[in-house]
Design a protein around this ligand. Structure first.
Ligand code: RP5
Length: 170
């Protein structure tokens, strides 16, 4: 019997395919944590109707958190948040303007009433980790995988050759 594809729990959307190299880091991190996700390039200003269809059907498809990446005016995360009460995490994409400060300010400065949690410029991995932490509130197995990820991350630093002389110190 063919393995059944698991329903996506995180909906990842970005304004352009040119954002994929960054947003695919979120896909990879969620893969490591065994959290199914879907990735779409849907511009909020070039294809708003398609974006609204994507958001409108998301909850029914199993999506519980959105990650939205955008560069420049970067209105996409705010627009997504305006159409859902699922949590939205914004990823500012670097541009030619001061390395993406325009994207960061556009996303982080959401006016009150519609929140977007914002990570660092290009911070797609942290967006994925935050999405997983939100899902882990109701998923003990995912909580264990997150804890294991943290432990492995710490161990890799402790075992790094540059820290060899610190191993026997208290
Ligand atoms: C935004 O404009 C996208 O999120 C992207 O970061 C930026 C540039 O888009 P393209 O001109 O590469 O399509 O909408």
């Amino acid at each position: 019997m063919a393995a059944q594809k698991q329903a996506a729990r995180v909906g990842i959307v970005c304004g352009s395919r040119s954002d994929f190299p960054i947003m695919e880091k979120a896909v990879a991190m969620l893969g490591t944590l065994e959290v199914p996700c879907e990735l779409h390039a849907i511009s909020a200003h070039r294809a708003p109707d398609l974006l609204f269809r994507f958001i409108g059907g998301a909850e029914e498809r199993g999506i519980r958190v959105f990650i939205a990446g955008a560069g420049g005016a970067a209105h996409l995360p705010g627009v997504v948040a305006s159409k859902t009460i699922l949590p939205v995490i914004g990823v500012p994409i670097a541009t030619q303007v001061n390395g993406g400060l325009d994207s960061l300010l556009s996303i982080v400065q959401m006016p009150k009433g519609i929140p977007v949690a914002t990570v660092a410029i290009g911070g797609a991995e942290n967006a994925a980790l935050l999405a997983a932490e939100i899902l882990a509130l109701g998923d003990p197995a995912l909580r264990d995988r997150l804890r294991a990820f943290r432990d492995a991350q710490t161990r890799a630093i402790e075992e790094d050759a540059s820290n060899a002389d610190l191993r026997s110190t208290k």
